[in-house]
Design a protein. Structure first.
Length: 57
């Protein structure tokens, strides 16, 4: 089994390491386990996260 690539990503808000898999795709949502912030994957090369804004108000 090949070692997983280093996909450690940090939460843009608090710097905590996000638990990501190799299967992230554009449009996926990632929750920070530390601060609970949600981010959307907006690009893969390079991997880019944007704050996810819940439009329900
Ligand atoms: Zn965070």
């Amino acid at each position: 089994m090949a070692p997983a690539p280093d996909l450690a990503r940090e939460c843009p808000d608090c710097g905590a390491e996000l638990d990501l898999t190799e299967a992230e795709e554009v449009g996926d949502l990632v929750d920070c386990p530390n601060c609970g912030a949600a981010f959307e994957v907006v690009a893969l090369e390079p991997f880019t996260l944007a704050p996810f804004v819940d439009e329900e108000k």
